[in-house]
Design a protein around this ligand. Sequence first.
Ligand code: FES
Length: 104
Amino acid sequence: MTTLTLCPFDELVDGEARRFDIDGHRFAVARIGEQVFCIDDRCSHEDFSLSEGEVLVDECEIECARHGATFDLKTGLPQSLPATTGVATYLVTVNDNEVQVELP
Ligand code: FES
């Protein structure tokens, strides 16, 4: 298992997503309140950057800005068409204000 440090927690804007390119990985990281979620930043429909989409705070989902598919931020599973397959999710921890993601 590999741990990558993304950024200080307080650099993440509540209710928004941000893209991180680290060590050949592309992550979409979304903050909702005190929780942080990390998924692959590639929509399973047509490989669009999910971090450009809107975070649906009440549903804990992110909406692809290209065609509107939504994904559960906890599971990566698609919640609406046109996406029919999920995206990978990663465990996020916050240690001493640093947001870290665990890679299997
Ligand atoms: S590229 Fe994301 S819904 Fe089509």
